[in-house]
Design a protein around this ligand. Sequence first.
Ligand SMILES: Nc1ncnc2c1ncn2[C@@H]1O[C@H](COP(=O)(O)OP(=O)(O)O)[C@@H](O)[C@H]1O
Ligand SMILES: [Mg+2]
Length: 577
Amino acid sequence: MKAVHFIDSCSVIFGNTVSSLSTCHSSQDIARSGRFWALLFFILAIVEFSANFLMSFCFGRVSESVIERIRIASYSTLLAQDVEWHHSDGITPATLLSYITTDTNAIAGLTGTIVGTGMSIIISMVAGVILSHIVAWRIAVVLIGCIPILLGAGIMKFRSLATFHRKHAEAYANATGLAVEAVDTIRTIAAYSLEEDAVTTYHEALQAPYSEILRSVLRSNVWFATAYSASSLVYALAYWWGSKNVADGYYSQTRFFIVLPAMLFSAQRCGQLLSMAPDFSKSRISAARILDLLDLRTPYKPPSRQSRQSTGDDLEKDTSDLQDASFPCGAEVRIQDVHFSYPVRPDDSIPRGLDLHIIPGQFCALVGPSGAGKSTIIAMIEKFYAPTSGVVSIDGRDISKLSGTEFRDSISLVQQDNILFEGSIRFNLSLGARPGQIVTDEQLEEACRLADIHETIQSLPEGYDTCIGPNGGHLSEGQKQRLSIARALLRKPRLLLLDESTSALDAQSERSIQDTLDKLRAGITVIAIAHRLYTVERADQIFVIEEGQCTARGTHQQLMRTSETYRTNALRQMLDA
Ligand SMILES: Nc1ncnc2c1ncn2[C@@H]1O[C@H](COP(=O)(O)OP(=O)(O)O)[C@@H](O)[C@H]1O
Ligand SMILES: [Mg+2]
């Protein structure tokens, strides 16, 4: 941390002290003026202490709160982006993380005490220059000519360092992304002995911009060295020109010793200011990145308890539409002539003119070959992606027209890859609660009994407080799946979406979960992507999905009679499963 110095007062005291030590004075005079100027230095020390303390405190405080706000704003903007954005090109976990870690840290370099120091340097430089002109303008005028040289060198240094940091950051983000991916998928890497390939890829990612970065290092170092040596050049000039002026009788020794530190310290401080250029250049780039991010969309604000209960017109429309009593026994879902293509495959449309109507309280199954678009249909009901054309509506409302995402509060999704978080079972379950819902132990137990996992949890040493490791790694796939189902049931959804969520279960557990769903049927609409005959047989309605279209629909009995595709394809897959 740099500090405030009162250079100009220093130089006045210094100049007078040096000349009072002259052997031309009597020893009493030297001692008396020595005490006087020492006292002035002492008073200056106290003033400097208070000023520095106050500055660090005020700027430090402001800086920390600004950084905290930037972190929260960036993080909430990241989370507010839709799934489509997160899956678009160039968005990797590492680049996203760098927003809230590297970039905010770099901005911290621009705020707080550094701004204070920069301001104090500029003020003392200006004061030093003015003072020097008043005291000995002939010396000052020559020395001031050196300041543009210092600034020029510093600006070039600043520019080349900025380019250097940008290139370095880009190269680093890419390589970090690869490293994070490899660590995340270590089992797969180990199973296929891909360790060496992973290291090679990482190495290549670092190598690509290597030579360019080397050139950048060379350029910036030339300017770096110039900026530093420039202040010594100014010293050389000052001593030569100053002593010449004193010798010619223009100025006294005292004046020379006042101007010398005032100008030279200013020059040094100017160098110091420019030495902060790397911090400024990093901060500038980071600030630009963060501003671009914040420009994406207003950060998502989680609705508070009050806002959920409020009767404001717009809010009511969005928050309560799925909870209102228009469909007391579950949500109604309608998909009308929906087309969609993933951004990476704009020519491949799946779904392709899809029509589905799911009546409140129905248990319906989506069956069909892998890659037919079943998971994509579920993603569209959750509004993870917006259809290219057509309408997805829930309870009669086109979800693309709803402004918020509150409609998701009464929907539960259980995905095939059960994502759980590091922490206790209780913590993981409570994530399924609706925003603002206070979860009681009874509710947790009820959800776990329904998902047939309560007994298993009870048999664990710490019961509901057992930690399940990163991504639930301490549990078996079947247990993770049942826990995910319990988490989904906790919010008592009106629409339950199951994406192959019973695939890891043994036949017995699957039956027990199916029985649970049968019991819940009265108040809930279920859309299940299923591969087990036991599940499909019980569905009120089965949709056969092939190549993004619904090719047949009906109950199991109806389809067995009427649909050749169902009998030959869908059914065979189910029996194989
Ligand atoms: N995030 C994605 N980006 C690009 N294409 C995708 C993505 N997810 C799925 N697809 C493609 O969309 C098609 C439908 O996939 P999906 O809905 O997952 O099928 P299903 O669930 O029926 O097996 C497939 O061809 C798949 O490759
Ligand atoms: Mg799928």
